[in-house]
Design a protein around this ligand. Structure first.
Ligand code: GLC
Ligand code: MG
Length: 557
C-alpha cells in the first residue's frame, strides 16, 4: 500500500519462498509440514529474511501438489491444521517475519464442493465453472492446457465440456459469474482476519477466457509438439483485459483491510510477461510487486548482455510509484545453480541483493542447491507426466523441488523417514546448511554478508548507476547523497577479463576503493578493507567484488 508517511515493510525486506512439502518434515511421513517450518524459523533470523511466501498448504487432493484446492479456508492434514497455522503466524511474527499466502483465483480442485455442486447443476453453483455444450466426440475448440493436451474434459453428469487451463482436476472458475468473485474475496478476508501479511496471486494470465470460444491460431514455434501449450498463440485464453479489473477487486479488499487495521499487506502476482505488461499489473490491478521474472530466463549460454538487458529493461519502466523486485528461480523453474552453473551463484546473489528493490529467493538457493535427476517412472509432476517419457525432462518440475539440505545426517536432516516424497539430492553430505555455516566463504555466508550489506542507506532507494561493461564484466554503483557509496564489479561471462578502466567513471578515479566483499577466486587475492587499484583488476568467471570508498555524492550524473 502506498501511503504518504510510512515505508512499507516489504521495501526493505528480503523474501524467501518455502515449498512446504520440501522444507522440513516434523512427523516422519517424508513430506514437509507446518511444524517443520516452525522448527526452522530461527534460520530466517540467521539469514536476515523478513518475509516468507508459502506455496499452498490448503486442503487439496494434491494432483498439482496443493495448487488444486478443495477447501480455500482450511489446511491440508498433510501439513497440519489451522491451529498449527496460527502457531506458525504467531511464532513468525514474534521474530518480525511476515507470512505471505498463495492465492489461487483461476481454479479450484474438482473435489471442491463448488465443483461437485456445479456438476449436479445445483444453484447457485451451476455456473461457477466454465461449461460448454457440445457433442461428446467433439471438443469445443483447439485450446490447450498449460500442462499439455486439450484443456477440455467431458462430464457425463452434465453432458457438457468443462474448461481447465491446467489439469482436468483443476477446473477454471467462471468470472463471468459475479458470485465467484464475491466468494473468492471471502477467502482472502478469512486469511487476513487470521493475520497473514499478504498474498501471491497465482497464474493470473489464465484468469479470463474470451467468451466467443474461438480456436486459437498456431504459434509457429518449431520446437513445440501439437499437444504442448507453446503450439498455439494464446490470444483468447491469456492476458485478457478483464484480468486487471478482476484482480483490482481482490486488491481493493486487501487495501480496505489495510486501511482498517493499519497493517501493510504485500500483494505480488505471478505472470510471465514483458516488463511493459507487468506495468499494467501495477497500474490497473493495484499490485505492489508483479514478479519480475526476467532473470528466470538466464541459462548457461548467457554472457553479460542477457543480464544487462534484463536489468535495464526492468529498471527503465520503474517510474516513481513502482518498486522493483528480482526473482531467479521458484518451484516452477530449474534451480539457478543448475541453469547457470554453481560458480555464478554468489555473483547472482550480489545482483539480487544489491540492485534496487526487493529480492525473493527460492529455498535452498542460498546454499546453491542443484536440481535432482528424476526418471519418467519417478515423475510426479502432472506437467512432466502429461508429456510422456521423452519430453517430460523439458517440463517436469520435480527436479527443482527436492528436500531442503539441512545437514549431513540421515536424509539431509529433512525427515526421519527413510524415503521422502522426492529424493534428497545425492550431494547433501557436502552441500548443506551446517557445512556452509562453518565455511568462511560458503554461498551461505556470502549470502548473509550481502544481506547485511544492503542495510546501508545507499541500497534503500532506487538510485542505480550503471558502470562500464564488457562481454564478461558487469558493474554498477549504489549511492545516497551524503552516505557511503558502493561499487559492484562482477564477472558474469565465460572468460577471465580485466576491468575496463579506460571507461571507469572519471569522477570516481581519484578515490581510493576499498574491498568490502568478494567472491570466487578473488578470495585468495584480497582482504577485507584492502585498497585496490582498479587498473589491474582481473576477474575470473563468477568472481565478484564489492567496493566502497569515498564515493560520497559521486554517482549522480
Ligand atoms: C502457477 C504455480 C504452479 C501451478 C500453476 C497452477 O503457475 O506457480 O506451480 O502448477 O499455477 O496452479
Ligand atoms: Mg510431514
Amino acid at each position: 500500500m502506498q501511503s504518504c508517511c510510512r515505508r512499507e515493510w516489504w521495501k526493505d525486506a528480503v523474501l524467501y519462498q518455502i515449498y512446504p512439502r520440501s522444507f522440513k518434515d516434523s512427523d516422519g511421513d517424508g513430506i514437509g509440514d507446518i511444524n517443520g517450518i516452525i522448527e526452522k524459523l530461527d534460520y530466517f533470523t540467521f539469514l536476515g529474511i523478513q518475509g516468507l511466501w508459502l506455496s499452498p498448504m490448503y486442503k487439496s487432493p494434491m494432483k498439482d501438489f496443493g495448487y488444486d484446492i478443495s477447501n480455500l479456508t482450511d489446511i491440508d492434514p498433510l501439513f497440519g491444521n489451522l491451529e498449527d497455522f496460527k502457531n506458525l503466524l504467531e511464532a513468525a511474527h514474534k521474530r518480525d517475519l511476515k507470512i505471505i499466502m498463495d492465492f489461487v483465483p483461476n481454479h479450484t480442485s474438482d473435489q471442491h464442493p463448488w465443483f461437485q455442486k456445479s456438476l449436479k447443476r445445483e444453484d447457485p453453483y451451476t455456473d461457477y465453472y466454465v461449461w460448454r455444450d457440445g457433442d461428446k466426440d467433439k471438443i469445443p475448440n483447439n485450446w490447450l492446457s498449460v500442462f499439455g493436451r486439450t484443456s477440455w474434459t467431458w462430464y457425463d453428469e452434465r453432458k457438457q465440456w468443462n474448461y481447465h487451463a491446467f489439469i482436468p482436476e483443476q477446473p477454471d472458475l467462471n468470472y463471468e459469474n459475479p458470485r465467484v468473485l464475491e466468494d473468492m474475496k471471502k477467502a482472502l478476508a478469512f486469511w487476513m482476519d487470521l493475520g497473514v501479511d499478504g498474498f501471491r496471486y497465482d497464474a493470473v494470465v489464465n484468469l479470463i477466457e474470451d467468451q466467443r470460444f474461438l480456436d486459437e491460431p498456431l504459434s509457429g514455434d518449431p520446437n513445440a509438439k501439437p499437444i504442448e501449450h507453446e503450439y498455439l498463440r494464446h490470444i483468447y485464453t491469456e492476458d485478457l483485459p478483464k484480468i486487471f479489473t478482476t484482480l483490482k477487486e481482490f486488491s481493493e479488499v486487501i487495501k480496505d483491510f489495510e486501511t482498517k487495521t493499519g497493517r501493510d499487506n504485500l500483494i505480488v502476482s505471478e505472470a510471465y510477461v514483458t516488463p511493459k505488461v507487468s506495468m499494467e499489473y501495477y497500474e490497473l490491478s493495484d499490485i505492489d510487486m508483479p514478479y519480475n521474472f526476467g532473470l528466470t530466463y538466464l541459462n548457461k549460454t548467457c554472457d553479460v548482455s542477457c543480464y544487462s538487458e534484463k536489468i535495464k529493461e526492468w529498471m527503465d519502466v520503474m517510474s516513481r510509484n513502482r518498486w522493483p523486485n528480482w526473482v531467479v528461480s521458484n518451484h516452477d523453474r530449474a534451480r539457478i545453480s543448475t541453469r547457470v552453473g554453481e560458480q555464478y551463484i554468489d555473483a547472482i546473489h550480489s545482483l539480487m541483493l544489491l540492485l534496487p528493490g526487493t529480492p525473493q529467493f527460492y529455498y535452498g538457493d542460498e546454499i546453491g542447491m542443484e536440481n535432482i535427476n528424476v526418471t519418467f517412472e519417478e515423475t510426479q509432476d502432472p506437467w512432466g507426466k502429461n508429456l510422456g517419457p521423452v519430453r517430460y525432462v523439458l517440463y517436469s518440475r520435480d527436479p527443482n523441488r527436492s528436500p531442503m539440505q539441512w545437514d549431513a545426517s540421515h536424509m539431509a536432516g529433512f525427515t526421519t523417514a527413510n524415503i521422502s516424497w522426492l529424493p534428497v539430492h545425492p550431494d547433501y553430505k557436502t552441500r548443506n546448511v551446517e557445512v556452509q555455516k562453518i565455511r568462511k566463504f560458503s554461498h551461505l555466508n556470502i549470502f548473509r554478508a550481502l544481506v547485511w550489506l544492503r542495510k546501508y542507506p545507499s541500497f534503500r532507494d532506487k538510485n542505480l548507476f550503471y558502470g562500464p561493461i564488457t562481454d564478461n564484466i558487469y558493474s554498477f554503483g549504489r549511492y545516497m547523497p551524503g552516505n557511503r557509496g558502493f561499487y559492484i564489479i562482477l564477472n558474469l561471462g565465460h572468460q577471465p577479463d580485466t576491468y575496463p578502466y579506460d571507461q571507469h567513471p572519471k569522477k570516481m578515479q581519484d578515490h581510493a576503493s576499498n574491498v568490502i566483499l568478494f567472491t570466487g577466486s578473488l578470495q585468495d587475492t584480497y582482504k577485507v578493507g584492502q585498497e585496490i587499484d582498479l587498473k589491474d583488476l582481473r576477474l575470473n568467471p563468477g568472481d565478484g567484488l564489492v567496493l566502497t570508498g569515498k564515493y560520497n555524492n559521486l554517482f549522480p550524473n
